[in-house]
Design a protein around this ligand. Structure first.
Ligand SMILES: *Cc1c(COP(=O)(O)O)cnc(C)c1O
Ligand code: SF4
Length: 395
């Protein structure tokens, strides 16, 4: 967790004349995103090779960041900084020797789409891609294919077709608003979506997947948005923190605002090589999330998306990390480790194995310290007594 004090951004040359009322305004953050090499050179010192790499890679996969997110980088010259690595285009991303192992749409989200913009994989939930714009383009994004297209929100007509499908399919209980980042949409457009989903009686939950809390927390100081959350009280927010440096005193205040509207806040982390793939970093991240009252939900094995392959860890890295967390960290802070199966076959939770043997009503467990414990877990006589016949005999 980082503490940002006063008008801390004024220590950066590029933002030294930015007023508090500007910096803390989410629209200013969006309007003043850094989007190209020229912007980047105002903040970072790059050598010739880095400049060339930046140019080549970002001409394929866009670059973009809010000033706030960049201001969280503790040392601008540190190439290993975890925030820098999440936004900085590197050659690995377009190196075919690496990326040919990936696919642009490994989960067939576009193919398994009954109406453009919707992915209906599980019977009771539908993924609703509201826009393909994000205020930060994460290098590890699983929907990196959308960086290749023009940035745009969908039209009202497209939304209307999506609502109609949801209205007609009564088994859908939850709509997962995603993108891109749906909270980069203007409030009016967001309200249009919420209002229409709200009218569909069989929808219980509207889950908003957004990274704005990480990259532009000032979004949640916008009274209009908080008002929407208050009125449309089916909303849950799922955010995407990957590293403890991303959590600040501003985050804490923003979460407080969100919680005051009755909206729960959960987090999904992606396990990323060289960024957070070690026990200590994940432990600190989960602790900091709890401190600001965000519930860790998923820890994902990095997806096999083209452009992201170099961030993948061994599959069992996540299992080892969970093993380390158990017993050391509040159970509230332990996420579900999961891998998404290719071809849209769904997510699979993975966990250390604590049940070593189980037969004849006796189980052998391994506890968090590695102690082996045998325990009788079923009692056959008890079953007998609990039958109707057994009860009568007692009476
Ligand atoms: C991940 C995902 C969901 C949500 O899954 P949960 O386990 O409920 O978080 C729904 N639809 C699609 C297409 C997904 O990829
Ligand atoms: S904010 Fe989410 S959707 Fe947007 S680039 Fe980052 S990971 Fe991808």
């Amino acid at each position: 967790m980082q503490y940002l004090s006063g008008e801390y951004w004024k220590t950066f040359d590029i933002w030294k004349n930015v007023e508090k009322s500007e910096w803390e305004n989410w629209k200013w953050q969006l309007a003043n995103r850094l989007t190209d090499l020229e912007d980047v050179l105002k903040v970072f010192n790059l050598n010739k090779e880095e400049i060339e790499t930046f140019r080549r890679t970002s001409s394929i996969f866009h670059f973009g960041s809010t000033p706030y997110y960049i201001s969280l980088i503790k040392d601008l010259n540190d190439r290993n900084n975890s925030i820098r690595k999440q936004i900085f285009p590197l050659y690995e991303e377009i190196d075919e020797r690496i990326q040919s192992y990936g696919k642009l749409d490994p989960f067939l989200e576009d193919e398994m789409s009954p109406v453009e913009g919707l992915t209906h994989r599980y019977p009771d939930r539908v993924l609703f891609r509201a826009t393909n714009f994000c205020s930060v383009y994460c290098r590890h994004c699983m929907r990196k294919r959308m960086f290749l297209e023009d940035e745009r929100a969908r039209t009202k007509q497209e939304y209307d077709r999506m609502f109609e499908y949801i209205r007609e399919n009564k088994e859908i209980r939850e709509v997962l608003l995603s993108g891109g980042d749906p909270l980069t949409l203007p409030n009016k457009k967001l309200e249009y979506i919420l209002k229409n989903l709200y009218k569909i009686d069989h929808i219980d939950i509207i889950r908003i997947g957004s990274r704005e809390l990480v990259v532009n927390p000032y979004r949640f100081f916008d009274e209009e948005l908080l008002n929407l959350f208050d009125r449309y009280d089916k909303v849950w927010l799922v955010t995407h923190f990957n590293h403890p440096d991303e959590i600040t005193n501003i985050t804490r205040k923003a979460v407080k605002n969100i919680l005051s509207t009755g909206t729960p806040v959960l987090n999904q982390t992606v396990l990323l090589k060289g960024i957070n793939d070690d026990e200590k970093t994940i432990e600190n991240l989960m602790r900091d999330l709890l401190r600001v009252k965000i519930k860790p939900y998923y820890l994902f094995f990095c997806d096999p998306t083209k452009g992201v392959v170099h961030f993948r860890t061994p599959l069992d890295r996540g299992i080892e990390i969970l093993e380390y967390l158990r017993g050391r960290l509040s159970g509230l802070g332990i996420p579900i480790y999961a891998v998404d199966l290719e071809n849209g076959l769904g997510k699979v939770p993975l966990s250390p194995n604590y049940l070593l043997d189980y037969s004849d009503g006796i189980a052998t467990f391994r506890n968090y310290e590695g102690k082996i414990v045998r325990m009788q877990v079923e009692f056959s006589n008890l079953d007998d007594i609990l039958t109707e016949e057994g009860k009568r005999r007692v009476l």
